[in-house]
Design a protein around this ligand. Structure first.
Ligand code: FAD
Length: 470
């Protein structure tokens, strides 16, 4: 019997429980991607990166003797049409955990089941399903360290092999043409530049993991905070689109730990932060839309895109760490974790701007955009989230730069102004930025948009005021 494999954020053949189950029926498999109304809400860069991932996956499926059927529309309608037209008796997918996807998938499961089509949802995006990790009292974890203690010894199950071939259906339903989807339409000028910095596809992700675990992982704990170095795995973009499974990272990371790699345990801890983000989003989905702690709802953050906020978005704040970070983001669609923290702190504290404004900008510009990690990261920095950094801890971007970029490698890579012979990466920013921003590498460095003292004092005064109001 024919089974539909409804592909969502799992663009991979290996270690994919949904695919393995679809093949287990010994019949043919129909891989389908549906660009539905939820994808329509994706930001410019994630949508563009999804397009690159799909383009690559079309070729990978062809190599395995199969095809990727592309359709647009309401997912339920498309699945019904495909099942009706091909006689498919089952649909398999791997789960997503944001509230919109859960609502859509629950409805689809009910409707298809009522029509006699078997529906199976599978894990694979996470190491541990969010409902399987709970405190002794039976609730969700709100603090990371006990969460980590609860999961660190767990086995994530064995890895599943990629099938050599996927049995094709007798007749293929028609597919739309990916180029007609115009996935880069919202990217304005920078798409081809961002594409150069992307690592697309399963094979590239697996190679990168091997390379990382054979090298940089050993010094990961000491070096991971230095944004000028190649000290982290860089796999977040592949995890975001499911081009690699967290299981594989966990398994191979553990093997490295058992070999005695000092940094490997720390790497596992970071993978567990991603799990924690999903745990929070699943159990308290309001983390995506509102300050997680109620008492922060009334905090007097500005919700306006002021010229200062624009300067932040455009890497023109006059502070090297922030500007390098925001340019790295614009050019590559990614940003180093320490830089994300410093840039987010500057926006929410020195510029007293709501974390949602920053979260939305990241959601539009990151190729590794992930709803759970993005929301948790912003609320962690802003101080409004669970297990958050306290608001009064205001990062000083200049001090942080001295500490974490002592040689200036990071700022030199991304800021052209003031350099006699700037590297291509720094120049790429001016090609990636829209013309309307009116920027030139020959301009002098901009003056700081706010003095660090003034910004810090204003933030702390607001914080004090908000506490007294309570
Ligand atoms: P590595 O250091 O190699 O870590 C391995 C993996 O662990 C990462 O790929 C990632 O999946 C996970 N991980 C590491 N640090 C974190 C963390 N702090 N939180 C959650 N997971 C983590 N990550 C995203 O994937 N998408 C986002 O949209 C996103 N938005 C963020 C926004 C803010 C304000 C902050 C502070 C952090 C955000 N992060 C986000 C988390 C983190 O910055 C990135 O996951 C990390 O920089 C990716 O680089 P890497 O793959 O080299 O990580």
């Amino acid at each position: 019997p024919l089974a539909i494999w409804w592909i969502r954020r799992d663009l991979r053949l290996s270690d994919n429980p949904a695919l393995t189950a679809a093949l287990a029926g010994d019949g043919a498999v129909l891989p389908v991607y549906i660009l539905d109304e939820q994808d329509a809400g994706l930001g410019a860069a994630p949508k563009f990166r999804l397009g690159l991932g799909l383009e690559h996956f079309v070729r990978e499926l062809a190599k395995a003797g199969s095809r990727l059927i592309l359709r647009r529309g309401k997912a339920l309608d498309v699945l019904q049409q495909l099942a009706g037209g091909t006689g498919a008796g089952a649909v398999h997918w791997s789960r997503l955990y944001d509230p919109q996807a859960i609502a859509r998938d629950t409805d689809i499961k009910q409707q298809l089941t009522a029509q006699g089509i078997k529906v199976h949802s599978h894990g694979g995006r996470l190491l541990f399903e969010p409902w399987t990790v709970e405190t002794k009292a039976g609730g969700m974890y709100k603090v990371y360290t006990p969460f980590w203690k609860a999961v660190r010894g767990r086995s994530a199950g064995s890895l599943l092999r990629a099938p050599a071939t996927l049995t094709a259906p007798e007749d293929w339903p028609v597919s739309e043409d990916l180029s007609a989807w115009n996935m880069g339409a919202a990217m304005r000028r920078g798409a081809d530049i961002v594409a150069r910095y992307c690592r697309v596809g399963e094979a590239a992700a697996l190679n990168r993991l091997d390379e990382f675990l054979a090298g940089s992982v050993d010094a990961y704990k000491e070096r991971r905070d230095y944004p000028g170095e190649d000290a982290t795995s860089g796999l977040s973009e592949n995890l975001a689109w499911g081009e690699i499974s967290p299981h594989r990272m966990w398994h191979l990371g553990r093997a490295a730990m058992e070999r005695g790699s000092q940094g490997a345990e720390h790497f596992l801890k970071e993978i567990a932060w991603r799990e924690f983000a999903y745990h929070l989003m699943y159990h308290s989905p309001h983390i995506l839309t509102a300050s997680w702690r109620d008492e922060w709802q009334a905090f007097p953050w500005s919700q306006r895109i002021t010229p200062q906020v624009q300067a932040w978005q455009r890497g023109q704040t006059g502070y090297g760490f922030i500007d390098a970070a925001m340019r790295e983001l614009y050019v590559t669609g990614k940003m180093h974790n320490r830089a994300r923290m410093i840039a987010a702190s500057f926006l929410t504290k020195h510029l007293m701007t709501h974390w949602k404004i920053g979260m939305d900008w990241f959601a539009d510009t990151l190729v590794d955009w992930d709803p759970a990690s993005n929301a948790m990261g912003w609320q962690w920095v802003a101080g409004s989230g669970p297990d958050a950094s306290p608001f009064f801890r205001v990062f000083n971007p200049s001090g942080q730069l001295e500490k974490f970029d002592p040689s200036g490698a990071y700022t030199d890579r991304w800021i052209a102004e003031g350099q006699a012979a700037p590297p291509q990466s720094a120049l790429d920013f001016f090609d990636a930025a829209p013309l309307s921003w009116d920027l030139s590498p020959a301009s002098p460095r901009v003056k700081p948009v706010i003095s660090l003292k003034e910004g810090r004092d204003r933030a702390l005064t607001a914080y004090q005021g908000a506490r007294e109001d309570r």
